[in-house]
Design a protein around this ligand. Structure first.
Ligand code: AOF
Ligand code: ZN
Length: 369
């Protein structure tokens, strides 16, 4: 005899299913779905790579493949079922047509094409519908798709800025030496964060100084993020390592037809944006990246671009690795305008702190309060 479980239990199961979806669902959110009747799990599903089936359709297929009758069952989903014809037909209609009697959703869909319409379709068809009743589960469902929600709500990606420094906050020695302040474990962890991002952003200063590859290495990933280089005056050389593989986008504020042609000839896209104080307007850049459906943007840049993004209030999260070393002097993490009073300092809060032996990993978020 199956013991009926609580709604919380099945929503948590749906969250675990959502976690099985890969980065290839992006820009589509990761969603999980479980279909249950009288304590029996009939079908389970999670979002497939973009353009393919959503979680609800996968769960219905799973139930049907096992010969289960889903009429009268409850569907637990981590996101409001969609109501629109996007790359796939609406899941709300699929649930209605399958005869599902009750839908419990963790959180509403922030996509303006859906936003409440999915729940309305279900209610109009006579289904019992609950959404967002468990605040902690709603939060977890949002967290899993933090970039999707940010983009839907602001038009811009979720911006995560990665930095690494010594315990006393230096990124390089006064003579410029900066390699390997943090440990291999921290560097590998950094690649995990690169892998979950849709794009990696850096500045021309970093490209000229370090010639980074800006790709995911050392871990397996089904796809590489897009590489974006902010290069106001088109100073990048076509030979730069970050332009040799994958998809690269060079963002400039001042055109140079010859240099642009050379880059375009090797398949690199050059995007010209309006200048703000002679530099690429970073807010305009983020809106353009949102328009291009970048959900999560991973920034690995130098102190100047980092500072400019922070001063423009475009950064949502800091990912800081601190090595237990004391360098005493040298370059710092950020260039921001000098403050004259501590009250002017922006307030952030620690979101997660972990030992990544021997280093420390800090995730901090802008304090919205
Ligand atoms: C769901 N279940 O598993 C997901 C949903 O272009 P499409 O057809 O793939 O639709 C993408 C939109 O569908 C996406 O922006 C979001 O609003 C929703 N995602 N909805 O019912 C799912 N991943
Ligand atoms: Zn759907």
């Amino acid at each position: 005899m199956n013991q009926p479980q609580t709604d919380r239990h099945y929503l948590q199961l749906a969250l675990a299913l959502a976690a099985r979806a890969t980065i290839e669902t992006s820009p589509n959110p990761k969603v999980g779905c479980v279909i249950v009747t009288d304590g029996q799990i009939l079908g389970q599903g999670w979002t497939q790579p973009v353009g393919q089936a959503h979680a609800e359709v996968m769960a219905l297929r799973d139930a049907h493949a096992q010969g289960h009758v889903v009429a009268g069952a409850t569907a637990y989903v981590t996101l409001e079922p969609c109501s629109h014809f996007g790359r796939t037909p609406p899941c709300a209609n699929a649930l209605v047509e399958a005869g599902i009697a009750r839908v419990v959703a963790a959180v509403g869909d922030a996509n303006p094409q859906v936003a409440g319409r999915g729940l309305a379709i279900l209610r109009q068809a006579g289904l019992q519908v609950e959404c967002g009743q468990e605040p902690d589960i709603a939060l977890a469902a949002r967290e899993m798709n933090v970039g999707f929600f940010r983009r839907m709500e602001s038009g811009k990606p979720w911006v995560r800025m990665k930095m690494a420094a010594s315990l006393d906050g230096h990124t390089a020695l006064p003579n410029g030496q900066s390699q390997w302040i943090t440990s291999p474990a921290a560097r590998l962890d950094g690649h995990q964060w690169r892998a979950r991002a849709d794009a990696i952003l850096t500045g021309i200063g970093t490209v000229l100084a370090d010639d980074p590859q800006l790709n995911v290495r050392g871990i397996s990933t089904p796809r590489q993020p897009i590489k974006i280089i902010v290069d106001s005056h088109l100073r990048i050389a076509p030979q730069a390592r970050c332009l040799q593989q994958g998809v690269s986008l060079v963002v400039a504020a001042h055109d140079d037809a010859e240099k642009r042609a050379a880059l375009e000839a090797q398949g690199v896209e050059v995007l010209l944006l309006p200048a703000a104080h002679g530099r690429v307007d970073l807010s305009a850049l983020l809106l353009e990246l949102g328009r291009r459906q970048i959900n999560e943007l991973h920034v690995e840049a130098g102190a100047v671009l980092n500072g400019a993004l922070l001063e423009a209030k475009l950064v949502d999260e800091l990912l800081v690795y601190l090595a237990p070393k004391l360098l005493g002097s040298g370059a710092g993490l950020l260039h921001i305008s000098e403050l004259t009073h501590v009250d002017q300092a922006e307030s952030w809060q620690y979101h997660d702190v972990q030992m990544l032996a021997p280093d420390l990993r800090i995730l901090a978020r802008r304090n919205l309060a």
